[in-house]
Structures are given as structure tokens and as C-alpha cells.
Ligand binder design. Structure first.
Ligand code: GLU
Length: 304
């Protein structure tokens, strides 16, 4: 079996908050407990959503918490040539086609799937001239795509009826997250993806792309998404930002949320060392979301 390679892939849309800290801590611990590598990738493929200064702040916060990464930081904005090659590969196999449908036209088709409206394949046979601005969609395979998530168990999805052919290259010229993440993980040799369950429904799309591109499928672990009052923590829900002086209390709260034993207050490095010795993914609650105040029975203050 290949040696463990993990990663943390934050989008630089703001500073870390509790939800993204949980992703950093879970992926770091899983990698370190396995004696593996842990890479940091800044997911700025969606350039218009990038917030100036956010990347720097994320890096400084991780450093201050002792969440050290291996190798150079990967930035998606420097990787578009690789995404283009993957897109060409899909095209050559007849697995991608251009689409000029508007949001409105798609919305009017009206069938809801796991992630918005299921694209009905309108442009599958449309001949759209090369010079004309258009999105590119991946022709999804028929039949279910299943995988065994380390926390969520067996997940199965039919892309044709639940998602439809999805966009891999946007009309505005940007590559879609689904394509970028698959190419990036493969280039890093990632063996284990550890991330929030908000991406569980994206995973079958990513597996389908891996298969089409001849890439290996990593193992997946999706921990519950942190919610407050039923809403995912995010900048929009005003989740408090965790700056470089967030401190070890934030790490303890993340461990409690992940159902792990929580070491007594100590410097961050000691908390991480102890947590990686005791890391037990079987204790992560097998749920898609979890209120920040629940923490698997461990009560902890979340005045972060
Ligand atoms: N960039 C994504 C996020 O911040 C994570 C993507 C992933 O882990 O695959 O939500």
C-alpha cells in the first residue's frame, strides 16, 4: 500500500474559522498518526471569491497552531495548465461537451438533484463553434458510483439522475472545483482525503472524473460539518475568525467536536502531540452535520 499522503485544502475566502480548523486538525492528525505527509493547498481556482490577505492569514494561523505542512504550498492559480490538459483528455475521449445553456434555461427544466437542478443534457449534441464562449460539461457515466467512507459508511449516488452532466470548465474561463481537486490530489499523490461532509455529495463526481482520467481513487473520510442553529459555520453565518493567536483552546474545541479525548490545557504543540497519539477516527460521530455545542457528549466552551 502506498505511504499515506494527506492534505488540507482551504479556499482563501476569509480567515480560518472553527469549521475550517476542524478540517485542518482532522486531516493533520490522520496523516501524522499514520506517519504520513500532509500538504497544504490553497484552493483559489475560483478567483473572484478570493479575499486579499486571507491566504497569508490562514498560513500564519496554521503555523502558530503548530500545524506544520510538508513541501511547498500548492496554489491552484499556478496550476491551470494541468487542468487544461485534463480537460483536453476528457474531450479527446468524447467525455466532455460545450454548453451555452443559461442558468434560467436549466432552472426551467425543474428536476432537483443532490446539488441543485439536474442538468438535462440539452447541449449533448449541440455543435457550438469553438470561438463562442461556452462552459464545458463532463458526460457522466450511467449507473451508481459507490464508495466506502471511513466515517459515513457506504455512499452511493447515480450521477445521471441525481446530478447530471456537470461543469468542469466555466463559461468565464475558470476551471471548476470538481476538476481542479481531482487533478491536484492526483498530482500530489494523495492517498487519503479528510474533509467535511458538505463535500460528501461531490465525491461521486470526483470519483467519476478520476476514472475517466485514469487516476487512482483515494480513501475518503468525511467528518460532520460544524453547524450553529442548523447553519453551516461560514463567513456568512458570522463564524468568528481564528487569527494567528487563536491558541490551543481552539485545538481542544476541535478535538472535542471530533469526538476525541481532549488533553488538558497546554501549549499547542503538546496538545497536537498527545492528540496524534490518541487519534481514533472511529470516535468521529457518523453524521453529516453536528451542532458546535454537541461535540459527541464532550461539552466545551465555544467562545472562540
Ligand atoms: N476548498 C474546499 C473548502 O474550503 C475544500 C475542498 C476539499 O477538501 O476537497 O471547502
Amino acid at each position: 500500500m502506498a505511504a499515506y499522503v494527506g492534505r488540507f485544502a482551504p479556499s482563501p475566502t476569509g480567515p480560518l474559522h472553527f469549521g475550517s480548523l476542524v478540517a485542518a486538525v482532522a486531516s493533520w492528525l490522520d496523516a501524522r498518526a499514520a506517519g504520513g505527509r500532509w500538504h497544504l493547498r490553497i484552493e483559489d481556482v475560483d478567483e473572484p471569491r478570493t479575499v486579499p490577505g486571507a491566504e497569508d492569514e490562514i498560513l500564519r494561523t496554521l503555523e502558530a497552531l503548530g500545524l506544520a505542512w510538508d513541501g511547498p504550498v500548492v496554489r491552484q492559480r499556478e496550476r491551470t495548465a494541468r487542468y487544461r490538459e485534463a480537460l483536453e483528455k476528457l474531450r479527446r475521449q468524447g467525455l466532455a461537451y460545450r454548453c451555452r445553456c443559461s442558468r434560467r434555461e436549466i432552472a426551467d427544466s425543474g428536476v432537483h438533484g443532490v446539488d441543485g437542478i439536474v442538468y438535462p443534457g440539452t447541449c449533448r449534441h449541440a455543435a457550438i463553434p469553438e470561438g463562442m464562449p461556452a462552459a464545458t460539461r463532463f458526460l457522466v457515466p450511467a449507473g451508481p458510483i459507490a464508495f466506502d467512507d471511513r466515517v459515513q459508511g457506504l455512499v452511493s449516488q447515480r450521477l445521471d439522475s441525481e446530478v447530471g452532466d456537470f461543469v468542469v470548465h466555466r463559461r468565464d474561463g475558470l476551471f471548476a472545483y470538481q476538476l481542479a481537486v481531482v487533478v491536484d490530489d492526483a498530482d500530489l499523490g494523495v492517498t487519503d482525503v479528510v474533509r467535511g461532509a458538505d463535500l460528501l455529495d461531490s465525491t461521486p463526481r470526483q470519483i467519476a472524473l478520476q476514472r475517466a482520467l485514469g487516476l487512482a481513487t483515494p480513501r475518503y473520510l468525511h467528518f460532520p460539518v460544524a453547524t450553529r442553529g442548523g447553519e453551516k459555520l461560514s463567513k456568512q453565518t458570522l463564524a468568528p475568525a481564528l487569527g494567528p493567536d487563536a491558541g490551543s483552546q481552539a485545538l481542544r474545541a476541535a478535538l472535542a467536536f471530533l469526538g476525541q479525548a481532549v488533553p488538558p490545557p497546554a501549549p499547542a504543540a503538546e496538545i497536537l502531540a498527545e492528540a496524534s497519539r490518541g487519534w481514533d477516527p472511529a470516535r468521529i460521530p457518523p453524521r453529516r452535520s453536528l451542532e458546535v455545542t454537541e461535540g459527541n457528549g464532550n461539552r466545551y466552551p465555544l467562545d472562540l
